[in-house]
Design a protein around this ligand. Structure first.
Ligand SMILES: Cc1cc2nc3c(=O)[nH]c(=O)nc-3n(C[C@H](O)[C@H](O)[C@H](O)COP(=O)(O)OP(=O)(O)OC[C@H]3O[C@@H](n4cnc5c(N)ncnc54)[C@H](O)[C@@H]3O)c2cc1C
Ligand SMILES: NC(=O)c1ccc[n+]([C@@H]2O[C@H](COP(=O)([O-])OP(=O)(O)OC[C@H]3O[C@@H](n4cnc5c(N)ncnc54)[C@H](O)[C@@H]3O)[C@@H](O)[C@H]2O)c1
Length: 455
């Protein structure tokens, strides 16, 4: 056994673990980074990167083979940034083994024992496979295998209408596959329902069959095809089956009990400082079961640098976190949805809207489907829903607005180049002031007096 003593031991070299490790080592801490699979984790190898590359390849009219080369090329181009060589170059000790706690202050990985002043669990998540009768007897795909499909599915059945299901449906339809999405409740159910409906209608118009309230309850293989039966008795047959019903945190076989790290059975429990029940152990990213996004794991990695490297307190916020589903059109959200804000603040919120149809650039490009909805409390935005062309890019300034607590007047007062889609944000914010300025009898009287008496 080799024994290593270090300042920080990071378990998992995905979005969260890599952010923290890179920051910590460059600030002067001794860092051991342990990864049992591919460097870069889910996002690079089986998640964000291949899914967005496949979506692009479909939109660019590539054929199936070219698309798969494009996907592999995108991963290979980004991989060195997350690679072992780069992290060793930065000064980390990188160990490619499964890590397991053997006590509150010790981890074993292969034939190395690591004692560290602080540990960071960033082991991510994997596809959750539900216990649907028959599923274990049919071949099925998950996000870990779908990007390696050599043959193009003639008919892809997707169980689950969340972001993975909807993005994969969008991508595969672009290659001419028949696609059926079976969603147990409401597709894109975590998003604003009006925005989600717009995306789903567009996908249906593109030829994707989306069936809601259709929980898969039985699966079987019949004549070389896969058949899925839903709760209400519906029967759907396709050539391939993708399971996309959520994630399972990677907490198994990690000795978490020995380490005194509490879980709720499905995820590692952390406080708002990302600390676990063991005060020397922090956890971040998908393994904590919160919002499961690359940028959230990265943000939390940055937050956890303060207590682990500098012994300074830090809190991880959740009120300013954005996300985007790369459907067509895209659907982006930051902060509260209208429904969540109404639940918390009732009638005290203002909801300000603007439609893409009223934006000159959207008219010029013929992409007029979509809208922005800004939810504000006393003149300050607390949430924004954006659905439409480039929604993922258009949400960016709103992330800044929410993180810095800026006001609607900061957005309405911006000068933007004309004609841009970005003007839609200014229009929505301006709608807060328009009635106060233009439907105000008192102001009208004052202006009349000024115009009459002031030379
Ligand atoms: C299909 C798909 C598309 C997605 N698209 C997006 C997107 O567009 N935008 C976005 O923001 N998010 C997206 N996500 C989510 C994003 O991929 C995750 O939120 C992100 O990867 C989480 O980062 P993480 O560091 O928590 O975990 P991961 O990236 O999963 O990294 C964890 C690492 O820990 C390793 N590990 C686990 N257990 C151990 C152990 N015991 N010892 C050693 N190593 C271990 C794993 O091998 C893995 O490499 C997508 C996810 C999927 C599945
Ligand atoms: N663009 C992005 O940022 C992006 C893209 C993909 C994934 N992700 C991340 O990955 C996470 C996981 O995505 P996901 O789509 O797997 O999960 P999800 O939990 O968001 O959605 C899963 C869906 O499956 C449905 N479902 C569950 N059991 C079912 C059954 N038996 N039959 C039919 N439907 C069933 C649920 O009702 C739910 O709507 C997301 O929450 C997100 O954090 C992000």
């Amino acid at each position: 056994m080799t024994k290593i003593k270090t300042d920080i031991c990071v378990i998992g070299a995905g979005s969260g673990g890599l952010s923290l490790a890179a920051g910590a080592v460059q600030m002067g801490a001794k860092v051991v980074l342990i990864e049992k699979g591919e460097m870069g984790g889910d996002c690079l190898n089986y998640g964000c990167v291949p899914s967005k590359a496949l979506l692009h390849a479909g939109a660019a009219g590539m054929d199936w083979t070219a698309a798969h080369h494009h996907v592999k090329r995108a991963i290979a181009t980004i991989a060195p940034h997350d690679g072992q060589e780069r992290f060793e170059g930065l000064g980390c000790i990188v160990i490619r083994e499964h890590a397991r706690f053997t006590g509150p202050r010790e981890v074993v990985a292969g034939d190395t024992t690591i004692r560290a002043k602080r540990f960071v669990i960033a082991t991510g998540s994997r596809p959750f496979v539900p216990e649907v009768p028959g599923l274990d007897e049919v071949p099925y795909l998950t996000n870990e295998t779908i990007f390696d499909l050599v043959e193009k599915p003639t008919h892809l059945i997707v169980i689950g209408g969340g972001p993975i299901g909807i993005e994969m449906a969008t991508a595969h339809r672009r290659f001419g596959c028949d696609v059926t999405v079976l969603e147990g409740e409401k597709a894109l159910g975590k998003d604003d329902p009006e925005a989600a409906a717009l995306v789903l209608d567009a996908l249906r118009a593109d030829g994707v069959e989306i069936v809601e309230n259709a929980k898969a309850v039985r699966v079987r293989e019949t004549g070389g095809k896969v058949e899925v039966v839903t709760e209400d008795g519906g029967v759907f047959t396709g050539s391939h089956l993708l399971i996309a019903v959520g994630r399972k945190a990677n907490i198994d076989d990690m000795g978490l009990k020995d380490a005194g790290v509490r879980t709720d059975g499905t995820a590692v429990h952390v406080n708002d400082r990302l600390r676990t029940s063991n005060r020397r152990v922090y956890a971040l990213g998908d393994v904590t079961g919160g919002l499961q996004f690359t940028h959230v794991a990265g943000y939390q990695g940055g937050v956890a640098i303060r207590p682990t490297v500098l012994r300074l307190p830090a809190k991880a916020r959740t009120d300013h976190l954005p996300w985007c589903t790369y459907s067509n059109p895209e659907l982006a959200q930051v902060g509260m949805t209208e429904a969540a804000a109404r639940e918390t603040y009732g009638g005290r919120i203002d909801v300000l809207r603007a439609d893409f149809a009223g934006n000159d650039r959207a008219v010029a490009t013929g992409r007029t489907d979509g809208f922005i909805k800004v939810i504000a409390l006393r003149g300050k935005p607390i949430g924004v829903t954006l659905v439409g062309d480039h929604a993922g890019e258009l949400i960016a300034p709103w992330s800044l607005v929410l993180s810095k607590g800026l006001k609607l007047s900061d957005i309405s007062g911006m000068v933007l180049p004309y004609p841009t889609l970005a003007e839609i944000s200014k229009r929505a914010a301006g709608n807060y002031f328009a009635p106060k300025l233009f439907e105000n009898d008192k102001l009208k009287r004052v202006v009349r007096v000024i115009q009459r008496f002031v030379p």
